[in-house]
Design a binder for this molecule. Structure first.
Ligand SMILES: Cc1cc2nc3c(=O)[nH]c(=O)nc-3n(C[C@H](O)[C@H](O)[C@H](O)COP(=O)(O)OP(=O)(O)OC[C@H]3O[C@@H](n4cnc5c(N)ncnc54)[C@H](O)[C@@H]3O)c2cc1C
Length: 514
């Protein structure tokens, strides 16, 4: 079996699909090779009986005008095909002494926090202003880049001072320059789970960008869940003459004289192209598919030693009662039983499940088809380490791990504990459960092949974000990376931005830069 294309994309996660859609839209003959049986990678969704569950997506930022992904989604035509619902409120956050409503109106949210913490009013305002300044700097930088203006480091300091400071600082340090109250610090860090690192290690600019993007321009959920985005991108690729083959795991990227020439898959397919984009995890792409012999040793060492972000633990529940409407629950609720994210991060590392912060997602209102009339679908999610209890009771033996009794016991125990905790906020939850699925870090790795079941690629610390993150360009001139492992990293809106390839890709028709 052989195929010839202009471009090959390895992996149909949102990073791969959006890269392929851009290529197809630009008139390139593109072939997408995906190892699993469907699209989306982590952003996959599926029905269990009459209940729909997104594997990962709770909410995404960057969709509205001014947002990160807006132009890409608009130019590709995704916004004509998928209706995104702005979440209002954006989320609720529960703490021992506070129930915080993160209003869709950021000034109402700010005002609520000032009412609760009047002594920190000025500091809170200046913190939010600095975060917005980082957001503005980042957008200005993007426009500069799109217009092929590349300021020197000295010019950057002058032009974009807020982001230059933010990329070098931890989120904890940035907060400490503005506010003092530790409860307030915990509350404005409520979404730290989306970064995967405690405030002392999380990059300040990464927090500021996500925070400003979502609070000022909105958190969104697509009608039909993440599968609606996947289907739209699949259609755009196919309408542009591209093809997507599922069940094809790329086993090798062939390289000759510093250029990729083709790929082989586990189905015996040999495919050639001029350009290659890998949405597969970066360490495997570079160290296994390409091979260290093709890469400079400094580069491979860097790939080998960069720490991975945490993984996740998910419980997907179908309820035979619509408790979410009965309790008027918003789409997203973040719950922490204390005000110390540093300790919470430690609890995650140690698998202290009675102390980890967690989220509950209720899609009944945002996606009424997620459950039959009078019923509801709920997801409970927390961060989780790969290494917990000797790799979840498997001793590292992942063959048929899902049938391993120790693994099954552990995952049921952790799920039961999280359900018990959720029951305290949603009485009656346990008795209403008619469907239960559980996904551990091993499930993440099995379905997406992400190393360590990592959910944001390399960790998003100050050292490994922005200046310290792998570029989308690789030492193999015509091989590019797409997705969470590369710039700009992180959540879905950034993954779906598309790539700034330096090879001669003509602009998508009607391309704007702002
Ligand atoms: C539980 C959870 C909750 C999350 N919640 C949110 C949220 O609410 N909002 C948000 O914005 N982000 C969220 N995220 C993060 C977000 O889902 C990811 O950052 C994003 O989906 C990653 O997309 P990607 O394209 O980079 O990679 P992936 O989704 O990992 O896709 C990679 C694809 O490549 C394929 N692949 C790998 N190797 C090969 C190979 N050798 N050959 C062929 N194919 C291959 C995989 O099968 C996969 O389909 C969450 C993540 C998780 C796990």
């Amino acid at each position: 079996m052989s195929e010839q294309s202009e471009a090959i994309v390895i992996g149909a996660g949102l990073g791969g699909l959006s890269a392929a859609a851009r290529l197809a839209k630009a008139g390139r003959k593109v072939l997408v090779l995906e190892q699993s049986s469907g699209p989306g990678g982590y952003a996959h969704g599926r029905y269990h009986d009459d209940y729909y569950f997104d594997f990962s997506l709770h909410s995404m930022d960057g969709v509205a005008p001014g947002g990160w992904a807006y132009l890409t989604l608009k130019q590709l035509g995704v916004l004509d095909r998928v209706r995104f619902e702005r979440l209002d409120p954006y989320y609720h956050a529960y703490y021992p002494d506070h129930k915080i409503v993160a209003h869709a109106n950021p000034f109402a949210y700010e005002s609520e926090l000032i009412r609760l913490f009047p002594d920190d009013a000025n500091g809170l305002r200046s913190l939010f202003d600095e975060m917005m300044a980082i957001y503005r700097d980042a957008h200005r930088g993007r426009v500069d880049h799109a217009l092929e203006r590349y300021p020197t480091p000295e010019e950057m300091l002058e032009l974009h001072p807020a982001i230059i400071r933010g990329v070098r600082e931890s989120w904890a340090d940035m907060m400490a320059r503005h506010i003092r109250n530790s409860q307030l610090k915990a509350i404005v860090s409520a979404q730290w789970i989306y970064g995967g690192l405690a405030p002392s290690r999380m990059n300040a600019a990464a927090v500021a960008l996500l925070w400003s993007s979502a609070h000022y321009f909105g958190g969104f959920y697509p009608h039909g869940g993440s599968m609606a985005i996947n289907r739209a991108l699949e259609n755009i690729i196919r309408e542009g003459g591209g093809d997507i083959l599922y069940g094809h795991r790329v086993t090798r990227v062939h390289v000759k004289d510093g250029l990729a020439t083709g790929v082989s898959t586990n189905q015996g397919l040999e495919a050639t192209a001029k350009v290659f984009v890998s949405n597969a995890n970066a360490p495997d792409t570079l160290l296994k598919l390409v091979g260290t012999e093709q890469l400079p040793s400094g580069y491979t060492n860097r790939v080998k030693v960069t720490p991975l972000s945490l993984s996740s633990f998910n419980v997907y529940l179908g309820l035979d009662r619509d408790l979410t409407t009965e309790y008027d629950l918003p789409h997203d609720v973040l719950i922490a039983d204390d005000y110390d994210p540093e300790k919470q991060y430690e609890a995650i590392q140690n698998g202290d499940w009675d102390k980890v912060p967690y989220m509950m997602v209720h899609t009944k209102r945002t996606n009424p088809e997620s459950a039959p009339e009078g019923k509801a679908a709920v997801t409970i999610m927390c961060l989780a380490p790969w290494s917990y209890c000797n790799t979840w009771g498997t001793d590292g033996n992942l063959e048929n791990y899902s049938e391993n009794a120790a693994y099954q016991d552990l995952k049921e125990t952790v799920a039961a504990l999280l359900i018990d905790r959720a029951e305290q906020h949603v009485p009656g939850l346990r008795d209403a459960i008619c469907i239960k699925d559980i996904a551990t870090p091993l499930t993440n790795a099995r379905y997406t092949l992400n190393r360590g079941g990592s959910i944001y690629g390399f960790e998003q610390s100050s050292e490994h974000m922005y200046l310290g993150r792998l570029n989308e360009e690789t030492p193999v001139d015509n091989l590019f990376l797409a997705g969470a492992w590369t710039l700009p990293g992180g959540p879905i809106s950034r993954v779906a931005l598309g790539i700034r390839w330096r090879w001669s890709l003509p602009p998508v028709s009607g391309q704007q830069t702002t």
